[in-house]
Design a protein around this ligand. Structure first.
Ligand code: ATP
Ligand code: MG
Length: 348
């Protein structure tokens, strides 16, 4: 499918996150409804990682000087999502530099975007009932947009924030979908998700549960890794401490995600006193792993699978394949749950 901006009609804004904005669109030639995610050019271009990309490039200091970084984007926190007016930009000094250097820099930016586009091609081969399908990506000016399957019920964070904790039988089906989706990504494409959390698990009115927003492009990951955008409260202790990402880091995020859905709130935030991001990261690294409250009457097999995910020592933590062998997930397949009914009850 050859996607072009001119063929897409904007229907509605679906939301904005740290890395981009998502819009519901109609692809006019095929009358297909899609979700279009536009990745902020700032996160691609103004990051320290971008400045490091070089062939025979000018040194990073000069690059930074020419195109001042935009702190309001790179430190954006959930609370500031899309809200406040951007602070005054520092004055551009690019015009004072030789044209050749400027052109080199523009060439690099284009190269980075082309590489991201190339790396996204594998998404066409991602076929799993638990992965949001991909229609295509395109460049438009400085932006990269990708079009994916539109999931009409929306993300799990919205569902539980509106209706409270997810029922236990539905949660088990969700856990199965997430673990199966992650195993597919890793076994078939050697892809680690890196950003698993309730807002990246989507539901449609057929009762399907699918994951999205995984680390498609190494270049894209590089360009956000060194900014605050790349910092998340779902990050495992070893990631916070700077170790390389492994598939087990996703397993930690599965644990936090399931616990959040069961509790109906983020596990680390006491109801009335949310922690600032720095305190929170310190807490994750230094304090014991979170557990579900004993008095909550949660099933034993849920306690057990969470205890396998939320192990601070990465060597002792389960792999996604280990999780599939737990009583919790072994019993998920045969469990009868009317997911369609549940999903439709959350349709706006
Ligand atoms: P973050 O940037 O921290 O990952 P996020 O996942 O909320 O947060 P986005 O990925 O930009 O941010 O998505 C914004 C919102 O758009 C999501 O919360 C979700 O509700 C909605 N959304 C994203 N993709 C789709 C889709 N394919 N179909 C329907 N809604 C979607
Ligand atoms: Mg997302």
């Amino acid at each position: 499918l050859d996607l072009r901006t001119e063929d897409l009609e904007t229907l509605e804004e679906l939301g904005a996150g740290n890395g981009g904005t998502v819009t519901k669109v109609m692809h006019i030639p095929t009358k297909t409804i899609m979700a279009k995610k536009t990745i902020y050019p700032q996160s691609l271009l103004d990051s320290p990682a971008f400045a490091r990309i070089s062939l025979n490039a000018p040194d990073p200091a000069t690059v930074d000087q020419g195109f001042p970084s935009r702190p309001e984007k790179s430190v954006s926190m959930p609370a500031s999502k899309g809200a406040s007016a951007p602070p005054k930009q520092p004055e551009r000094v690019a015009t004072q530099r030789p044209a050749r250097q400027r052109n080199q820099q523009l060439d690099q930016r284009l190269m980075v975007r082309r590489q991201i586009m190339r790396e996204m091609q594998f998404l066409h081969d991602c076929n799993s009932e638990h992965i949001v399908s991909f229609y295509g990506a395109f460049m438009n000016g400085g932006d990269i947009s990708m079009c994916m399957e539109y999931m009409d019920v929306g993300s799990l964070d919205k569902i539980y924030k509106e209706s409270g904790p997810i029922p236990m039988n539905v949660l088990k089906k969700i856990a199965y979908a997430i673990v199966d989706g992650l195993i597919y990504l890793y076994d078939s494409h050697r892809i680690i998700h890196r950003d698993l959390k309730p807002c990246n698990v989507l539901v449609n009115s057929a009762g399907q549960i699918k994951i999205c927003d995984f680390g498609v492009s190494g270049r894209l990951i590089d360009s956000v890794a060194n900014t605050f955008v790349g910092t998340s409260s779902y990050m495992s202790p070893e990631r916070i401490l700077g170790s390389p990402y492994s598939v087990k880091s996703d397993v930690w995020s599965i644990g936090i995600t399931l616990m959040e859905l069961a509790l109906g709130r983020f596990p680390f935030a006491p109801e009335n006193k949310p922690l600032a991001i720095f305190e929170l990261l310190q807490h994750i690294v230094n304090e014991p792993e979170p557990t579900l409250p004993k008095q909550g009457n949660y099933p034993e097999d849920l306690h057990n699978i969470l205890a396998l995910c939320l192990v601070k020592d990465v060597n002792k933590r389960a792999t996604p394949a280990d999780l599939m062998k737990t009583p919790y997930l072994l019993s998920a397949m045969s469990l009868k749950v009317d997911l369609e009914h549940w999903a439709k009850s959350h349709l706006k």
